[in-house]
Write a protein that binds this ligand. Structure first.
Ligand SMILES: [Zn+2]
Length: 318
């Protein structure tokens, strides 16, 4: 399963926007779409639609969405909301989804900006008939959200706590466990080479797990429209393409199919599968330098994530 946060290039820098040019949208999206087609990868492109008209892809780059839709990719919704307030989330999601639906796109999947979904988001998604929330990255944290106890598989969350199983109609599809290193794509060399090896190890862990389980095992790769383009927008990062090729080569060692978010969601619902957890080896922790907080996953989980949650409550910063 593959998806792309299709967003304004300023978001590659978090808050800071040094440029108004968007080579990621204008070039990166097409590069990824064409590569996926060549490699036989189905994918979902989550389209950024903020309430500022200048931050709506449908307003500034409608041809990009048309192209993706014509090429048979799934169109999803992507919005960056820092507030946890239910009314704010409800209004923003309603506006975003209505705009895309008014243009004729069938929107079924949601990816929160910064992966910051929440319990308050689930109700907003339900009300707007969005079926799948594919925002949490298992074994990571954002703002006050701690994604450590989630199942490693899709699950219907509780309306009172998104991290627990419950009765919501929205299906949460977590991004693959961070420890497996499949979504760690550093730009510099030689780190990216090491990261590619770690990805292969992570995929093989999931592949062999899939041979033992009767329930499908999901390898969820997520990227951004700006990722295949250098930061100044001038050159193409060939190593991004190479890494996707290595990914497909490794997956091909096992029996697999490639899907969009909605394909996986439909398949999960139809199969009536129960959520499950697996014990992921810390492949990422092995390759990170000592200075990286993520290297110390236990400490990070127990203390670091709670300090950052407190910081969010005090300052509103993610
Ligand atoms: Zn984003």
């Amino acid at each position: 399963m593959t998806d792309v946060d299709t967003e304004f290039d300023s978001f590659r820098y978090g808050q800071y926007s040094p440029t108004n040019a968007n080579p990621g949208i204008e070039k990166g999206t097409y590069l990824l779409a064409n590569l996926f087609k060549e490699l036989g990868l189905r994918a979902t492109f989550h389209i950024q639609e903020e309430n500022d008209p200048n931050q709506k892809i449908s307003n500034r780059y409608p041809a990009v969405i048309e192209f993706l839709d014509e090429e048979d990719f799934e169109i999803g919704l992507h919005i960056h909301i820092k507030s946890l307030d239910k009314e704010i989330r409800r209004a923003r999601i309603h506006e975003g989804v209505s705009g895309l639906r008014a243009l004729g796109y069938r929107i079924r999947s949601y990816r929160a900006g910064w992966y910051f979904t929440s319990t308050s988001t689930i109700e907003a998604l339900e009300e707007n008939d969005i079926e799948f929330d594919c925002s949490p990255v298992k074994n990571s944290r954002v703002g006050p959200m701690r994604w450590y106890e989630l199942p490693d598989s899709p699950y219907n969350p509780s309306r009172h706590d998104i991290t627990r199983i419950g009765k919501s109609n929205v299906l949460v599809i977590p991004v693959t466990n961070y420890r497996l290193s499949v979504n760690y794509w550093p730009n510099s060399y030689p780190e990216r080479r090491q990261a590619q090896k770690a990805m292969i190890e992570g995929i093989r862990f999931l592949g062999s797990l899939s041979e033992r389980l009767s329930t499908p095992v999901i390898l969820y790769i997520t990227t951004h429209s700006w990722k295949p383009i250098s930061e100044n927008g001038e050159s193409i990062r060939e190593w991004v393409e190479e890494r996707f090729r290595a990914l497909v080569d490794t997956v091909s060692e096992f029996e697999y199919e490639s899907n969009t978010v909605a394909d996986v969601g439909d398949r999960w619902k139809k199969g009536g599968y129960e959520p499950y957890w697996y014990d992921a080896p810390d492949i990422l922790g092995k390759i990170l330098p000592w200075s990286s907080p993520r290297k110390h996953s236990r400490l990070n989980r127990i203390i670091g994530s709670r300090l950052l949650a407190l910081n969010y409550h005090l300052t509103g910063k993610l």
